[in-house]
Write a protein that binds this ligand. Structure first.
Ligand code: ARG
Ligand code: ZN
Length: 472
């Protein structure tokens, strides 16, 4: 914990000398990264650059076991630090030497290395672990969904702690090598490129590499029996799509008629947001009953629920739009969720506009009209919805209306320059809603604080997003 002292200035320096964090000046990393919605998520004291996960999974028993090797750099003189994790740990090493460890709270793994770690040092953390993730309840639930032939790890914001130890917050992005052995005949799907597969002793090992910074909740793992399609985009990116063999045939056809349009959607989105930021693309549809899809990096997760009534290209466009808005440029705090959902939702409207199924303006007006002024929909502020409302409709739909209002205020040229330029400005990084407001003002040369205050922060229905309502 940080010590907070409120003392008269003259005394402060001597008091701080009198009570150092520890005798040698080394102190524990904070147990949270500092997210106002989720104070315990992520950790302080170090910055991860790479996760190397070498795992083995037995679908019959749900036993997941393996080793995580984490490359990080200390950001303070560190006596102790936390990882976020829920499975049982048998050994931890820091820089090759056994470290002591203990668990506290829902997912804090407290690691005390044999000696203090000076600020700015590259460190290697090795964690050996095993467990049955579907039995592990963190925050009262598990994000690990078992299927008859495997399992899926995909959820937001909490997903990583059921399958690998991490600094579990989007503010600390890293690259990944994910190697998973599964019984022969079963496949393991993860992010990025499949670099190789090997088979021995009845186990097949799948080696995946995601070589651009990736937030922990965007790492995914799906194990099961899949029909896999592969290809290449116009720009030469490898495409891998996977469909559970257990989907009913009509759902699987509808899923394929949607997910197989991934390359086409990426091409469209590149025109709107700029070059695709990653080394691979695709999507997967496992045999789960989740009610959501997720923008897992390079390879979104789609619940079969999206395809039970027929094809759904909107959800494909939405999750692929997140590859820019969410994955390339990620939230700094979870309060910044509008930077993800507002833009992915607006991308669906742009796709509709291109397909001749209604312009973004028409859709904004339509959705606006569906919510009368007394609808509680308008009480959720997309710019700071609160943890309990992070994924409310307002974040998506009012969030997209906010972008239509912006488009009307600055005109198409500046609007699309903003959408593209923002991606360059914050590539592979993190940003906050306030940064976007300033960026839009800078590019357009117009004062926009009132517009964004009205659309993102007021707990009431703004005047309609129609062009004329804004006085242009
Ligand atoms: N980011 C996801 C989307 O594309 C939403 C995930 C919501 N999470 C959940 N557990 N329901 O909209
Ligand atoms: Zn979304």
């Amino acid at each position: 914990m940080y010590r907070r002292l409120i003392v008269p200035g003259a005394l402060a320096a001597s008091l701080m000398l009198a009570i150092p964090a520890s005798a040698d000046g080394y102190s524990p990393g904070a147990p949270g990264i500092g997210d106002p919605y989720y104070p315990a998520y992520g950790n302080g004291g170090y910055d991860v650059s790479h996760y190397d996960l070498r795992l083995k999974y037995q679908p019959k028993t749900d036993l997941l076991e393996g080793t995580a090797t984490i490359l990080a750099t200390t950001t303070q003189d560190l006596s102790r630090f936390d990882l976020d994790f829920g499975l049982k740990v048998s050994e931890v090493r820091v820089n090759g030497i056994r470290a002591s460890f203990a668990t506290s709270g829902d997912e804090e793994l407290e690691i005390t290395p044999a000696a203090g770690l000076p600020k700015g040092t590259p460190i290697t953390i090795v964690v050996r672990y095993s467990g049955k993730p579907s039995d592990v309840k963190l925050f009262g639930f598990t994000s690990w969904a078992r299927t008859p032939d495997g399992a899926v790890a995909a959820n937001e914001p909490e997903s990583a702690a059921w399958w690998f130890p991490s600094n579990d917050h989007p503010r600390d992005k890293a690259t990944y090598d994910v190697s998973v052995a599964v019984p022969d005949g079963t496949q393991a799907i993860s992010n990025g490129v499949l670099t190789s597969t090997t088979s021995q002793l009845g186990w097949t090992r799948y080696n995946w590499r995601s070589d651009k910074p990736q937030a922990t909740y965007l790492a995914t793992l799906a194990i099961g029996r899949f029909d896999i399609t592969t290809g290449t985009t116009a720009n030469g990116l490898p495409v891998v799509n996977a469909y559970s063999k257990d989907l009913d045939p009509a759902t699987k056809d509808a899923a394929r008629a949607s997910v197989e349009r991934t390359s086409e959607a990426v091409e469209f989105l590149e025109g709107v947001f700029g070059p695709y930021p990653f080394n691979a693309v695709g999507g997967y549809v496992p045999n789960v009953s989740a009610g959501f899809a997720l923008e897992t990096q390079t390879r979104p997760f789609y619940s079969p629920k999206f395809f039970t009534k027929g094809s759904n290209v909107s959800v494909i466009v939405h999750e692929l739009a997140h590859q820019w808005y969410g994955d390339n440029v990620s939230v700094h705090n979870w309060a910044d969720i509008w930077l993800n959902e507002g833009f992915a939702s607006y991308a669906e409207w742009l796709w509709s506009e291109k397909e001749g199924e209604g312009t973004a303006q028409e859709l904004a007006d339509y959705v606006y009209a569906q919510h009368p002024a007394d609808d509680p929909f308008w009480t959720v502020a997309p710019g700071d919805p609160g943890a309990a409302h992070q994924f409310d409709d307002a974040v998506y739909d009012r969030g997209a209306m906010a972008l239509q209002a912006l488009r009307n205020a600055v005109g198409d040229d500046d609007f699309f320059a903003i959408l593209k330029g923002w991606q360059k400005e914050h590539a592979y990084g993190n940003a906050q809603v306030g940064d976007f407001v300033k960026y839009a003002e800078r590019v357009s040369g117009k004062p926009l604080a009132d517009l964004f205050d009205t659309w993102l922060y007021q707990p009431s229905r703004p005047a309609s997003p129609a062009a004329e309502a804004l006085g242009f």
